[in-house]
Design a protein around this ligand. Structure first.
Ligand SMILES: [Zn+2]
Length: 147
C-alpha cells in the first residue's frame, strides 16, 4: 500500500468526469487500498479516485463511527430527501470551509471491492459525505454551491 499525492485547488483533473469501472482488476484493488490509506493519512472522512489523479467512479468514506470504511464503486444515488445546511471541507481544497446545503437522507447503490452490488441508506454526516464524494465523480466541488 502507498499514500498517493492528492490533487489540489486548480488542478484541471478535479473538474473532469470520472469513468465507470468496467472490471475490478488487481490494479483497482490496489488503488482502493491506497485511497483508504491516503484518506486516513490526511485525516479525511472521504476521498474520490479523481483526487489522487485517477478518473474512475470510485470513492471511499469513513465518518469515523464504528462501522468502518465504505467503498463505493460505480455508485448511483437512487433517492434523496430532506435538506440541511452544514459545514464541509475537502482534502483537495486545503483551508477552505463552507456551509453547504445537502439532502439529509440518501439511498445509494454501488459495488463493493468484490464487485458485489449493495444498497445503502444514509443520513446526516454519512449522507453528506456521500453526496460530497459523489459530486467529485462529476467534477463538482463543494465551493461551487456558494458561487
Ligand atoms: Zn472533496
Amino acid at each position: 500500500m502507498a499514500i498517493r499525492n492528492i490533487r489540489i485547488e486548480d488542478d484541471e483533473i478535479l473538474r473532469k468526469k470520472s469513468k465507470e469501472v468496467k472490471e475490478i482488476t488487481p490494479r483497482i484493488e490496489i488503488l482502493v487500498k491506497d485511497m483508504i490509506e491516503t484518506m486516513y493519512h490526511n485525516d479525511g472522512v472521504g476521498l474520490a479516485a479523481v483526487q489522487v489523479g485517477i478518473l474512475k467512479r470510485i470513492f471511499v468514506v469513513d465518518i469515523q463511527d464504528d462501522t468502518g470504511v465504505k467503498v463505493f464503486i460505480n455508485p448511483e444515488i437512487l433517492e434523496k430527501s430532506g435538506e440541511e445546511l452544514g459545514p464541509e471541507g475537502c482534502l483537495s481544497l486545503p483551508g477552505e470551509r463552507d456551509e453547504v446545503k445537502r439532502a439529509t437522507y440518501v439511498k445509494i447503490k454501488a459495488q463493493d471491492i468484490e464487485g458485489k452490488e449493495f444498497i445503502l441508506e444514509a443520513t446526516e454526516l454519512l449522507a453528506r459525505a456521500i453526496q460530497h464524494e459523489y459530486d467529485h465523480l462529476d467534477g463538482i466541488l463543494f465551493v461551487d454551491y456558494n458561487r
